[in-house]
Design a protein around this ligand. Sequence first.
Ligand code: ATP
Length: 421
Amino acid sequence: MTVVGLDDTDSRARGMCTTYLTSVIGDALVAEGATVEKRLLVRLNPAIEHKTRGNAALAVHTDCDPEAAFEVAREAIEDLSVTDDPDTQPGLVVAPGDPGSVPDSVAEFARRAVRDRLSLAETLALADTANYVQEGWSGGRGRIGALAAVGAGRAFSEWTHELIAYRERERWGSPREVDPDSVFEAAESGYPGVWDTVDQVTGDAVCVPHTPGPVLYGIRGDNPDAVRRVAGGIESEPVASSALFTTNQGTDAHLRDGTVGSVRERRAYRVNGKVSRAPETRRGGHVFLEIGEGGDRLGCVAFEPTKRFRDRVRALRAGDRITVCGEVSEGTLKLEKFAVRKLNRTGDRNPRCPDCGRTMESAGREQGYRCRDCKTSAAEKERIEIERDLEIGWYEVPPTARRHVAKPLIRGGFDGPTHPE
Ligand code: ATP
C-alpha cells in the first residue's frame, strides 16, 4: 500500500480545490491500473490563519507503488494547483506501507495538526525520519497538512463521509444550476443520517458552495450509502465526476477539554464556567458574554453570521452554569455550541407596594424603597423566580455557520439533552 498526502493547492481568489485534485489523482491512479481504497478529507486546526477556507488536507490510499504514485500526484499538482497565487504553497508527501501502520510519531503529528500549530521544519524532519518522499512548491507549507493527512488514517477513529460532485470545467466560475426543491426533498429523505445539506429555517442549500471552484455540491453524512442516495436525488447541471471521501468532518476532533484559566491562543476547547457577565449585543450584531471559574475570566462571542444561535446566547443570564465550545483567538472564545448545565432562576426586583400593588421606588442610597402615593416602605429588593427561555442541554450554530469539523448535535453522543438546529 501507499499513502499519498497533499495540501494547499488552491486559491481563494482563483478557485481550484484540493479535493478535486485528489479525485483527479485517484482517477489517474486507476487509469494506471491501480486501486484506490480510500480518499481521506481531513480537516485540520480551523484556527490556522494560512487556510484558504476550511483547512482541509487530503490523502489517497492506493495499492500503486510509491514511486509511480508520487509521479502521478506530482504531475497533477503541477498541472492543476494555483501556484501563481503567492498564498498557495502546495505540498506532497508519499508514504510506503499500510495507512494503519504509520509510526506513532506520524499519527501523533496528525492529532496535533488538528488541535495545535506545527512548523514546516518539524514536518520535514519527521518526513525524513519516516523515510517518506516529499516535495513542496512555492515554499511548500502544504507539506504540513500533507504529512498530517498521511498520519490521519491511524490517528483518528471517528469518521464520517462526504460525496462531492464536481462541475464541468467550462462552467467553473459561473452560477451553479441546482434545483433547490430537489435538494430539500433529498435532504429530508436522508435526514438525520445525512446532515448539513440544507438550512430549513433560512431556506439555504448549504451543500452548494458559492466559491469559484469546481465543486457543485457536497453531501455529508454518517454512512456512504446514505450520502450517495441523497446525492442521487439532486437535479442539477451535468455532474462531470464525483468522489466519496472519508472524513473527520462533523466529529469535533478539534476540541480539547480546557479550563477558563488555561486556554491558549488559536486552539479550540470545551470549557466549563459560570456566566460572570451577561450577554451584550455590540456593533455588528455580535453577542459577547464572559464566563468565570475561580478568579479567572474568559470572554466568549457569538458572531453575527451565527444568526439565530445568538438568541440562545442572549437568553443566558449571569449565574448560569454552562459549557462552551470553540476556538480561542485574541483572548476570546468564538462560540460554536454551548451546553446549559444549570440555570439561574432567581432574580430580584424593586418591591411591590402592599396597598396599591405598584412598584416602589428607591428612597435613596441605602434607604430602602417606598411607595410615594401610599407612603409604604420596604428595606430590600424582593427575590423572585425568573421564567427562562432556555432548557438544560446543548445548543448549536445553524448549519450555514457550522465549521466543517464541528459536530452537529443531531449526530448524538453528547453528555446531556440536545436541541439540534
Ligand atoms: P484547500 O481547500 O486548498 O485545502 P484550505 O482552507 O484547506 O484550502 P490551505 O490552502 O490548505 O487551506 O492552507 C492551509 C495551510 O496551513 C497549509 O499550507 C497547511 O499545510 C497549513 N496547516 C494546516 N494545519 C496546520 C497546523 N496545524 N499548523 C501549521 N500549519 C498548518
